[in-house]
Write a protein that binds this ligand. Structure first.
Ligand SMILES: *Cc1c(COP(=O)(O)O)cnc(C)c1O
Length: 394
């Protein structure tokens, strides 16, 4: 009992091996801690993995979302739509640019943005002249959104698409890796320690547009370029004397230390994916007779299973979730809830959003529990989780 209290099982954590450490140490002993070769090696490796033309590594997915919005021209007077069932960063990115943000309710089976609700909201807002400039679907838990439907709507209603794939490295949709930007303009990944692979902190944007790629690189590096086009700054031999700032950019660079870890982790992604599938399979088997909803399994697509979310019965009793949560905590299991609808955070309530805005998401929120899932979760420790869940329903 005391052992469990000292060593609780968290809902997610990193998996670092000795090769990962060696790769980081190599960079620490090299000439470049930042702006060296490891970052572009990592960018190219992610491109190959997901089948994208270009990518830009940055210091977080939050930064990646920010510069993605800026690269699509999001600014004051613009509207960006996302799902309420996400981490606040998906919505905050729009606010950083001076735009306003709005939310489209979720599908009750996939917990992703609902394309029918998106369509009806678009029809209403077109009449009012308030169409979004950008829509940010989030592949919740790694489950691909209905990108085909969203892409078709983007053509009809003229908005751009940024996929928030923070959960979804390794997932596929309709036969393509998420990140290939088959149905979007840009796609963002996170490498926070709980995500599929980690760089400590880190993020990355993929795109198939040369122009957008150029903009992203510039925004990552203070708005400064050392481009041949700035020819008055070059001597006749073409030698670069200094870069020139042409827009207001940021220092959102990823270090080579982080990129080295990312490179090493990326090589382990397939192994990570199958370990997570095995954990999911075990949970599903042991929970098949319980009155809970296990994650919907797409038939043809790979789901990364960044999260394993179960839903408690829909009996309208919110105390069940709290009791269940406390029961698991008392068994040494640090479960979690993903997510409180973004607009229910005090900051967003102060912007004018009120309870009941997205009823499907709120119903979901009051029933959802994220159980531990991470690659180093030993079978025996997973059994502790399974036993604790079963005990609750006895
Ligand atoms: C983790 C996460 C982010 C933010 O990622 P950081 O790398 O921590 O900035 C954004 N969106 C979603 C859906 C996330 O899960």
């Amino acid at each position: 009992m005391s052992k469990m209290a000292i060593n609780p099982i968290s809902y997610g954590r990193q998996d670092i091996c000795s090769e990962d450490i060696q790769e980081v140490v190599k960079v620490l002993k090299s000439d470049y801690l930042t702006q060296g070769p490891a970052v572009s090696t990592f960018e190219q490796a992610v491109c190959r993995k997901v089948g994208a033309e270009h990518s830009v590594a940055v210091n977080s997915a939050t930064s990646a979302l920010h510069i993605s919005c800026l690269a699509l021209g999001v600014g004051k007077g613009d509207v960006v739509w996302t799902t309420p069932n996400t981490f606040v960063a998906s919505a905050n990115a729009a606010l950083y640019c001076g735009a306003t943000v709005d939310f489209v309710d979720i599908d009750p089976v996939t917990y992703n943005m609902c394309p029918e609700k998106l369509k009806s909201k678009l029809l209403i807002c077109r009449d009012r002249g308030q169409l979004p400039k950008v829509v940010i679907p989030v592949h919740f838990a790694g489950r691909g959104c209905d990108m085909l439907a969203i892409k078709n709507l983007s053509i009809e209603f003229g908005f751009k698409i940024i996929e928030d794939a923070s959960h979804a490295l390794g997932s596929t949709y309709n036969g393509n890796a998420i990140g290939s930007c088959h149905y979007s303009d840009l796609c963002v990944f996170s490498f926070h320690p709980v995500k599929m692979i980690t760089t400590g902190e880190g993020g990355l944007v993929t795109t198939n547009s040369v122009e957008t790629h150029k903009k992203l690189v510039k925004l990552r590096e203070h708005g400064i370029t050392k481009s041949i086009n700035d020819n008055e700054l070059f001597d006749p031999s073409g030698e670069i004397w200094f870069g020139r700032q042409s827009t207001l950019g940021f220092n959102y660079r990823m270090t080579d230390i982080q990129a080295a870890l990312g490179n090493s982790q990326l090589e382990r992604l397939d192994e990570f994916l199958s370990t997570r599938q095995a954990i999911v399979k075990r949970y599903n088997t042991f929970f098949s007779n319980l009155p809970i909803t296990t994650p919907h399994q797409p038939s043809d697509d790979i789901c990364s299973f960044h999260l394993y979310v179960i839903l408690l019965p829909d009996n309208g009793d919110r105390t069940t979730q709290a009791t269940f949560f406390r029961h698991l905590r008392s068994c040494g299991i640090n479960c979690s809830v993903h997510y409180i609808p973004v607009y229910k955070h005090p900051f967003y309530e102060n912007l004018g959003f009120s309870s009941g805005y997205c009823p499907v998401c709120e119903n979901y929120f009051h029933r959802a529990i994220s159980l531990p899932i991470f690659t180093s979760l030993e079978e025996q420790r997973q059994q502790e989780v399974i036993n604790a869940v079963n005990e609750f329903f006895k």
